[in-house]
Design a protein around this ligand. Sequence first.
Ligand code: UP5
Ligand code: MG
Length: 240
Amino acid sequence: METIADAPNKEVKGSSPPDKKLTVVFVLGGPGSGKGTQCANIVQHFGYTHLSAGDLLRAEQNSGSENGAMIKNMIKDGQIVPSEVTIKLLQRAMEESGNDKFLIDGFPRNEENRAAFESVTGIEPDFVLFFDCPEEEMEKRVLNRNQGRDDDNIVSIRKRFKVYINSSLPVIEYYNSKGKVRKIDASKPVEEVFEAVKEVFTSLDEKVRQHRDIFGRCIRRKKFRNGATKCSWMRCILPS
Ligand code: UP5
Ligand code: MG
């Protein structure tokens, strides 16, 4: 299967310049594991654009869109909104951002989300940041959040946990089998979690820097017998 490393010039349909390279990180973890909190920190330190699928859906719900009522009911019930709706919102936000580095938070939530995103956009994530947190801790955090979210109540949160275990964990397992998961212990205080997150992003930046020539090209590409050249580092996104 083609990865972003194999196809460094993937575009988001529509507006990106032809040879724009995108870095995409999926940020996954249960409800209240701290995805949004840590994404805000990553944005400040590493210049990514943060796209929370849940926030985009809530904004769409409040915009008077024809999908508004459906989104509202599904979120309250902890169900997963159809992929085509979420993917359209993500694509639009990526195009409008003008950035080439994205944190996609809370998506993909099931196998169908994952496969649909890949086939519609042609993008696979560089890696998956996985916030691992015990259910009791996540429940406590969500119930204490007090931001007026329709789904932050005990009935909705129990449903969200069920969907997370049955539908979202298999997606994380899928990426784990491909060596793409960077697992973080998210039960610790915010600052300690961010220390671990920083290590993941710093080592990525460092690796990219170390094997780039002065023109920004990969210097670790090797020629194979069939004539193809490829870098041995799976996450390499540099042109040859
Ligand atoms: N907090 C954070 N980190 C902490 C720490 N280390 N120690 C102590 N407290 C910590 O954090 C939650 C709360 O905990 C905050 O008060 C924070 O201060 C504190 P937050 O960073 O908001 O956690 P997050 O993981 O982002 O939790 P969230 O509730 O947003 O996760 P969900 O995945 O449940 O919500 P999301 O908005 O992504 O999705 C909501 C719904 O939208 C879904 O259930 C679904 O119905 C729908 N949806 C789709 O259908 N498709 C999608 O693709 C995405 C969403
Ligand atoms: Mg969130």
